[in-house]
Design a protein around this ligand. Structure first.
Ligand code: FMN
Length: 234
């Protein structure tokens, strides 16, 4: 039941990001869905709750795959959970000093793909190993890259959904890392993850990252329509 609860939260977060942000008109046109049934928690008064400290507990987080070329044109890809959609056509993420960080500063362009249930091992590997240490990390995992036609960055043939992006702003950190804001210039989707021309999150089957348990989770079913389920209180 704990797993179900987490996947339900994930479904709401991802469905909101992918399907509803900035599209209230479309959501308004949908019928109001039934409220989800889930186990009631016996919540304690706030004064009786457990204080866990300032930890990595914003959960779930996306499992974003940042694709870049180095200055010689070699493709690299890394996993990033500290990021997401932060504007209508803007993405943002926080980077420590990695090969990707160096590449981004040089090329100012990148792709953003989504790790899925089908590629958990490969995607996790891209979050463990640096191209600084293993220059052929992409090939080692059996992945191949095709150059984007819109930005100087690789699209990985094995990821079904990829955003093509340009760096809009880099905010440097004292530790050598940085915060990156990117502008999405185009989206490349394999037809196999589309339904009626729209991204179908069930077909994409992305994973999310739980920073509390350090696990990846799949999503569950939709449990409500954004900008709509709450209308029962209007
Ligand atoms: C689940 C997971 C999430 C991660 N999230 C981030 C992140 O948000 N920012 C970051 O700088 N590194 C993150 N990393 C670490 C990088 O993916 C990792 O250091 C990678 O090897 C860098 O590759 P590169 O040097 O080839 O660019 C994450 C790793 C994992 C496994």
């Amino acid at each position: 039941m704990k797993l179900f609860f987490k996947t339900a939260i994930a479904a709401i977060a991802i469905a909101t990001t992918f399907a509803a942000c900035g599209d209230q008109k479309t959501a308004d046109e949908q019928p109001v869905t039934e409220q989800p049934t889930t186990t009631e928690l016996q919540l304690k008064p706030v004064a009786e709750r457990t204080s866990l400290g300032a930890k990595m507990y914003v959960t779930p987080q996306p499992a974003l795959m940042i694709g870049t070329y180095d200055e010689q044109g070699n493709p690299d890809v890394m996993m990033a959970a500290w990021g997401g959609q932060c504007g209508g056509n803007q993405v943002c993420f926080s980077l420590s000093p990695h090969r990707t960080t160096t590449n981004l500063r040089a090329t100012k362009e990148f792709t953003l793909s989504f790790a899925t249930v089908r590629d958990v091992a490969e995607s996790d590997y891209f979050g463990i190993v640096s191209a600084n240490d293993v220059p052929d990390k992409v090939a080692r995992a059996g992945f191949t890259a095709t150059k984007s036609q819109n930005v100087n960055a690789p699209i990985f043939d094995q990821y079904a959904l990829t955003l093509e992006c340009r760096v809009a702003q880099i905010i440097e950190h004292e530790d050598g890392g940085c915060f990156v804001i990117g502008e999405v210039v185009n989206t490349i989707a394999d037809p196999s993850i589309l339904t009626d021309g729209q991204i179908d999150i069930k077909k994409l089957n992305p994973i999310v990252f739980d920073g509390s348990s350090i696990n990846y989770y799949a999503l569950g079913d939709s449990v409500g329509k954004a900008w709509n389920s709450g209308k029962i209180f209007q």
